[in-house]
Design a protein around this ligand. Structure first.
Ligand SMILES: [Fe+2]
Ligand SMILES: [Fe+2]
Length: 281
C-alpha cells in the first residue's frame, strides 16, 4: 500500500468505520458509589471542561465533515463527530448520575476556517490522547473508584486512539493529494502542526489557557495521587503501544510525543523520586 493512494484512503477510512462500537451512554451500567468514592469523584475538577471540550469537538468535527467532497472520508469524519458528541453525552450522564457540580454548557462558536481548525484539533488530540492513556492507567491502578467505571470509560480511550490514527493518515493523504507529499515538506507541515498544539500545551501548563490540547496533562494529578514525572511518563509510554496495537501495521501512527518522552525518560530517571512532582490543579 502506498501512502496517499486510494487504497491508503480506503484502509484508514474502512478500519475506522469497521472498528466502531455501538453503545448509548445513558444505557451503561454506572455503579453505585460509597460516600468516599462520591466525594472523590465530585472533587475531580475537570468534568465540566471535559464535557465542554467534547461538545465543541463534536460540533467542529461534524461541521467539518459537511464541507468534505470525498464521500468515503466525509462518512468517516462524520462518524468521528458523532463519537465526540457521544463522549460529551457520556460525561454528562456521569455528571447527572452522581450529581457532580458543574455549570451549564456554554454556546459554541466555531471559526470560519474549519479545515485549519480540524487540523489544529487533530494535532492537539495526538498530544492529549497520549497523556490521557497514561493518566487513565494510573487512575485505574490506584483502585480508588470501582472498576465498573473504568470499564465504561475504557472505550473512549480506544475511540480517541482511532481518532488520532485516522487524523495522521488523513493529514498525510491530504498532503500527498495536494502535491505536497515530499517527505521533508510533510515533516515541515507536521512539525508546524505539532508546534501550534505544543504552544497550547505550554499555555495550559502555565495557566494561560485551559482548554483543548494539554487538558489531560495539566489535570494529571486530579486524582490527588503522588505521581512523579518519571512514573507518569513511563506509564504513558507503556499505555500508548497497548492502545495502538488495534491498528493495521500499514497505517501511520502519531510518533512525536512517544519519541520525545522516550528521550526525556533517561534524564528524568537521573532525577530520583524527589520533587518536582506534578502539581495538583
Ligand atoms: Fe472525544
Ligand atoms: Fe477524539
Amino acid at each position: 500500500m502506498q501512502l496517499g493512494s486510494a487504497s491508503h484512503r480506503d484502509l484508514f477510512c474502512q478500519s475506522f468505520q469497521s472498528s466502531y462500537l455501538d453503545y448509548e451512554p445513558t444505557q451503561l451500567p454506572f455503579p453505585d458509589l460509597n460516600p468516599a468514592q462520591l466525594a472523590l469523584l465530585r472533587g475531580i475538577p475537570f468534568w465540566e471542561k471535559a464535557r465542554d471540550t467534547e461538545r465543541r469537538a463534536g460540533q467542529l468535527v461534524s461541521s467539518f465533515a459537511e464541507t468534505l467532497t470525498d464521500p468515503v472520508i466525509r462518512e468517516a469524519v462524520a462518524l468521528q463527530g458523532r463519537e465526540e458528541m457521544r463522549h460529551a453525552r457520556l460525561i454528562q450522564t456521569l455528571i447527572d448520575r452522581y450529581d457532580l457540580p458543574v455549570n451549564p454548557p456554554p454556546d459554541i462558536a466555531l471559526p470560519p476556517d474549519l479545515d485549519a481548525e480540524f487540523i489544529l484539533f487533530g494535532f492537539g488530540e495526538c498530544l492529549d490522547s497520549f497523556f490521557a492513556f497514561g493518566l487513565f492507567e494510573i487512575a485505574r491502578q490506584a483502585d480508588l473508584l470501582p472498576e465498573a467505571l473504568f470499564t465504561i470509560f475504557d472505550p473512549i480511550l480506544d475511540e480517541e486512539a482511532r481518532h488520532i490514527v485516522f487524523f495522521v493518515n488523513w493529514f498525510t493523504y491530504k498532503q500527498i493529494q495536494q502535491g505536497q507529499g515530499l517527505l521533508p515538506l510533510r515533516w515541515l507541515k507536521t512539525g508546524w502542526g505539532y508546534s501550534r498544539s505544543l504552544q497550547n500545551l505550554i499555555s495550559a501548563f502555565t495557566g494561560a489557557k485551559r482548554n483543548g490540547a494539554g487538558f489531560t496533562a495539566t489535570n494529571a494529578n486530579a486524582f490527588a495521587l503522588e505521581i512523579t514525572p518519571t512514573r507518569f511518563v513511563e506509564t504513558c509510554l507503556q499505555a500508548n503501544p497497548q492502545r495502538m496495537s488495534q491498528f493495521a501495521p500499514e497505517l501511520l501512527q502519531p510518533v512525536l510525543l512517544p519519541q520525545l518522552c522516550q528521550l526525556a525518560l533517561q534524564p528524568l530517571k537521573l532525577w530520583p523520586d524527589s520533587p518536582p512532582k506534578l502539581k495538583p490543579v
